[in-house]
Each structure stands twice: as C-alpha cells, then as structure tokens.
Write a protein that binds this ligand. Structure first.
Ligand code: PHE
Length: 497
C-alpha cells in the first residue's frame, strides 16, 4: 500500500472501530498526535485512496467584534448614556450638556439616535424620558446579550434573534464566522483492510551523511519529493566583476592582434621614471606620491642605461633635446619602489626587444600614495599598451584606442591635447558616457629622449588607462571602493561582462 506514515497511523486508529464516524477529537485520541495538523491532510489522502469518506459540515458562529469587546468591559454606549441621564436632574438633561459630558467625539451623534430608538424624546433641545422602567429593561437585555458572548463564540441559533438582528446592524459589535467541521468514516474497502498489514515506517524527508554511513537508508521509505514546492535559489560561485572585466579587455586586445606582457611590482626609479624622461625633481617622484621601499632600498640597474639616462637628462645627448639640465643622480635612479604606472613594463619591453616591431598590452596593478576616497585608492590597475613599429603614428594610436573602446561598448571617443614628460604629442582619452565626456587615460608618442636610450629607431604609440574608472562606468558605480568591498550581495548583483 503506497500510503504515507501519517495515513497509516490514521487508518490504523480508525480500524479500531471500523463502523464509527470519527471526529477530530476521536482521531486525536486514537493516534498520539498532539494537534490537528496531520488529520485533514491524512484524511484527504485516505479519501483519495478510496479508504475513507469525509463529511464536511459548515456552521456559523457569532462572537464579539472589536467594539463588542470594548462594550463588554466599559459598557454599551446606551448604558453609559443612560447612566449620565440618570445622574442629571430634569433641567440638566439637555443636548448641549450631553455634548460636553465627556463622551468621545463620534459617540454622541449615534448615541442620541440609539436613545431615540429606545423611546427617549427630544423636545426643544431637551432629552425627555417618559417610561424609565421600560428603557432601562431594554438596555439591560442588550448588555446581557453582549456579556453572554464575552466567554467565546456562540451558536447564533441559540441566541435571541431580535437582539442578533439589532447588533448585526451596528458596527463592529458582533461578527460571524463560518467554521468547517469534518467527520471521517471508513469506506467498505477501508474497513476491510487488515490492520496487521499496516506497518508503520519512518518516512525520511532528508538523507543525512549518517544514514549513508550506517546503510540505514536501505530500508527507509522516502517522502515523495515535491518538485513544485518553492525552494531557495542557490547562489553558486561566480567570477569577480573586476576579473571578468579584465578577461574581456584581454580578449579585445588579443583579437586586435596584441600580445600580453607582464612585469614586477617592484621596480627601480630608473625604469619607472628616468627611462621615461621624468625629471628627478618631478614632484610625483617624492615620498608623498610614490611608495619607496626600505628593503630592498635599491636595485641594480644596468650601468649602460644609467649612463645614457644621465646624459639625456643632463643635456639631451644625441636626441636633439637640451635635456633638463642639472646633474643626474644615479643613486636616485637605483632606488627601489612600487611601480607607479605600468608604462614601466612597455618601456622595458622595448629595451629588451629594440629591433623587433611589437604591439603589446598589459593589465596590471600600480601603487601611489593616495588618500582613499570615492575616486582614489593607493592600489589600482592600468591598461597599458604600445605599438612599436617603423610606421607607428598618432592616427594609428587614435584609431587603436577608438577601436578598443568601441569593442568595449563605448563608440564615442575623443582625444584632447595633454602633457606627459615622456610623450610628444600627448593626448588625453575621453569617452562619452550618458552625455558626458569622461577622462579615462593618457596616451602619446614617446619622445626621442625615451626611445633612443632604449635602442630603437622607431616611433612608439603608447597609452595607459585606468581600469577602475572603466569598471565604474560599466558597472554604474560612483564609488571606487565598492569594487573591492567584500559585499557578496552587491557583487552578486553586479553584471558580468
Ligand atoms: N603613464 C600615464 C599615467 O599613469 C599614462 C600614459 C601612458 C600616458 C603612456 C602617455 C603614454 O597616467
């Protein structure tokens, strides 16, 4: 028999007296169920199995409404009004006096109506009572009626029908409720079930590791699985939105024919700055802007480059430039620092491959001493790239950046003249976002002061853009910190590229 455990329990109880019509209380005492939760459901299942017939009867009950509960403790409005009338001498029983007698607003109006209904007459503003006895009796009866309901719901047919009608037409004093009561009776088929055939088995709702270990699942019966029941939506693992953005950028550059390069976070000031013709007195080189390391505090730099940079910085060497003047400090160039931009990677790439044309990009972390706020963090990422080849040119640079941003979903790009110590011309790159031009990065053609010491004869298109700014744009954030706070809820809601 494919009955659940509760149905078996109920059936077994009913078989103890197969001819009886079972009430809820009967079933509760025949089983060891403490409340009625199982009865209706099990009864229904037994009915569906053809073993039980269910008879339902609905009955009406009457009970006190919110005003009725109040009346039961404070008195009905008419009995309170009556109390007031009795406390006044005949002259004092005026409507005017009633108004200021301390009844609630909204009580006096209907109250006067009720008094009239009871036989009080209004005569030029005075309340005139002719038959006190009769009115008092009516009020008493009404009060008793209300009191009789204060112990709980009653069968309306046992109550005075006139008063029932009277109170049903007054607001919130009494309420009616329909209640369904059921009885269960075994069908012939049900009555013929042999009780010894009904074995109670524990129905398992959930498989536990213990059950698997002890093999107890082998003899268990499992509750049918309700695939239509509502269930929580599991949230699985997911890529961080920044990581997926990086992947997207990577694939855009790869499909544009670029190769990826990487570099170390720790660099010498020489490669990070001097190679880029950033003057040694540049404010960005100070401790306020750059993280210098104490261990190691300096790094070896090939003296070949130290010599070249020193000549270029001091007087321009053979680059056609006049240099910055002053004297170049080679020790300064060997200071160790955390790279402040990823341009150090592309410059080193050129130095390592001066004779082979290259189109490379890198996405990497950079470090600057910034105070954290809505748009700044001491660690962020740059998207860096170069085109290093004989015919590299400014139009090529601009169209490359336009292609990149168009592929990222921002077709409107503009470049504006800008200044960087290492490029000439230099351009700032803006994209159009919701009608506004947003600055996303710098670019330009490396100056000869940069390229000649690296050993190349070719022009270099170069750019470096902020990854977080782009991410904020794409994800619609107005605070850079939101990208890195471990707020799983928010991260889960961010779209992935
Ligand atoms: N390095 C620059 C920055 O950090 C960007 C840049 C890269 C500008 C290459 C010109 C050329 O903002």
């Amino acid at each position: 028999m494919s009955l659940g455990n509760n149905e078996r329990i109920m059936l077994k109880a009913m078989l103890s007296d197969p001819d009886r019509s079972w009430t809820l209380d009967g079933i509760l005492s025949g089983t060891d169920w403490e409340d009625q939760v199982h009865v209706a459901g099990s009864g229904k299942a037994l009915e569906e199995a053809g073993l039980v017939e269910v008879e339902e009867s609905t009955s009406k009950l009457v009970y006190l409404g919110s005003e009725g509960v109040r009346a039961a403790s404070d008195g009905l409005l008419e009995s309170r009004l009556w109390g007031w009338i009795k406390s006044q001498d005949e002259k004092g029983r005026s409507l005017k006096a009633l108004m200021s007698a301390g009844f609630e607003r909204g009580e006096t109006g209907p109250g006067v109506g009720i008094l009239k209904g009871l036989g009080v007459v209004i005569d030029s503003g005075n309340l005139v009572v002719s038959d006190e006895e009769e009115i008092f009796e009516k009020i008493e009866k009404r009060s008793e009626f209300i009191q009789s309901l204060s112990d709980g719901p009653r069968d309306p047919s046992e109550l005075d029908q006139d008063l029932l009608n009277h109170f049903s037409s007054r607001g919130d004093l009494i309420e009616f409720e329909e209640s369904v009561s059921r009885t269960w009776r075994l069908t012939e088929e049900g009555a013929n079930v042999d009780p010894s055939d009904i074995s109670e088995v524990q129905m398992i709702g959930e498989l536990t590791p213990e059950m698997l270990q002890t093999d107890s699942w082998k003899n268990a019966e499992f509750k049918p699985f309700d695939v239509s029941a509502p269930a929580p939506i599991p949230s699985g693992g997911r890529r961080h939105p920044m990581q997926s953005l990086i992947e997207r950028i990577r694939s855009v550059f790869l499909e544009m024919g670029f190769s990826e390069i990487e570099g170390d976070y720790v660099q010498s000031a020489g490669w990070n700055m001097d190679a880029l013709y950033i003057p040694q007195s540049h404010p960005a080189r100070t401790m306020q802007d750059t993280f210098y390391l104490s261990d190691p505090s300096s790094l070896d730099v090939d003296s070949h480059y130290l010599d070249l940079w020193s000549k270029v910085h001091e007087h321009g060497y053979d680059t056609g430039s006049k240099g910055w003047g002053g004297s170049f400090d080679k020790e300064e160039a060997q200071k160790a620092l955390l790279r402040t931009h990823t341009t150090v990677n592309t410059v080193r790439h050129i130095a390592e491959n001066p004779d082979s044309p290259s189109r490379v990009f890198g996405i990497g972390r950079v470090f600057r001493q910034e105070t954290i706020d809505r748009t700044h963090m001491p660690e962020f990422h740059q998207i860096e790239g170069i085109i290093h080849e004989p015919k590299a040119s400014l139009p090529m640079l601009v169209s490359t950046l336009k292609t990149f941003y168009a592929k990222m979903g921002y077709p409107d790009v503009r470049v504006r003249p800008a200044y960087f110590p290492y490029t000439e011309p230099s351009a700032e790159v803006d994209v159009l976002w919701r009608g506004e031009w947003l600055e996303l990065g710098g670019s330009g053609i490396f100056r000869p002061e940069v390229t000649e010491p690296l050993g190349t004869e070719w022009p270099v298109c170069a750019w470096g853009m902020g990854l977080e700014r782009l991410a904020m744009l794409i994800l619609g954030l107005d605070d850079i910190r939101q990208l890195y706070q471990p707020d799983l809820e928010r991260l889960r809601r961010m779209p992935l590229l």
